[in-house]
Design a protein around this ligand. Sequence first.
Ligand code: XIL
Length: 385
Amino acid sequence: MKEYLGPVSVVLISLLGHTDKNGAALIRGSANFRSSTAVVADSSLKDAFRNDFLIGTALNLTQIDEKDPLVTQFIPLQFNAITPENIMKCEVIQPGWDDYNFGPADRFVAYGRKHNMFIVGHTLIWHSQLSAFVKNIRSSDSLRLFMKNHIEKVAGRYAGQINSWDVVNEALNEDGSLRKSLFLEKLGPDYIRLAFELAARAAPNTELYYNDYNIEQPQKRAGVIAMVKKLRESGTRIDGIGIQAHWSIKNIPLQDIEASIIAYSALGLKVSFTELDLTCLPNPWDLTGSDVNQNYENSPFMNPYPSGLPDSMQAKLTKSYEDLFRLFVRYKDRIERVTFWGVCDGQSWLNNWPVRGRTNYPLLFDRNCKPKPAYEKVMALSDNP
Ligand code: XIL
């Protein structure tokens, strides 16, 4: 374990491989890529919280393929759990009825095993990022067959290698009712039970999770609890609830989060925060969740901090993370994992959602993978900093 020396001490790394022959950064013109030198922390989140919960991150293919020397070194230092940001979603892993693209997912799983990490599969059944052929399925029987094939092939392939699957993602509306989706329309509410049954058979020793955003909110939480009870009444296994944790520094719903940790764990479920990031930018609508199908025009008003986060906002981000981790640590016995949705600010999806081309600051590490003030405050909350 590395020693944490009060205020973050840093190591400067010169990224020679990332400059052209003139020494300029290879990727220019975007605030979302770092300069040719970068900084990493000499302390580690995963070590600091090793007695509390796993610390995860979402990975993209560049990171899985270890293309970038700084990030390659950085990820296993900070994180001991990984989730694939996109490569296990239907549109990537099963582009056609009999067409599976396992290459990237195989590399993801191999990466996790090589680094001895907790490996999360994301996600088996979701209404979004479906392949075109699935969206075009017309009959209930065909859709049921797709679900069976998809889950058997994908979950079965990694049985014994993936630790936890997000079996069903985002099946609920804000009021706790079932979201209108292809699956609900063609198969009725029973599709959720079917998905969990198939996953339990294909991956018997894997944790099976339901994952969604805003499920710390009372109405949606009630919907999750009703779903879990129904599954259990039918003898179907569900092991955990993934609270996505896409929140805003404007408002972290601490009380609802606490009530949710208590309510879900009281049902004997594992609780994880699966996609943590805190947006620092205005949302174009009064929405606290993250329906990925919405997108809004960019504008200077919507992108107020293209060249750096003002101190007052940095302080808000820091306080938000501190409040959140204080709560997490208080409930560490009931929390299995806290996963950030991305490694460093520059590659967060929040630079492009819900408005494309913005500069957002939602994670603990900046565009150079340098720890931000929030990192120090979070580390100070661990009993093992
Ligand atoms: C996001 C990815 O981060 C983006 O790269 C992609 O364009 C859209 O999906 N809820 C989820 C994640 O469960 O899979 C989503 O990931 C973010 C919201």
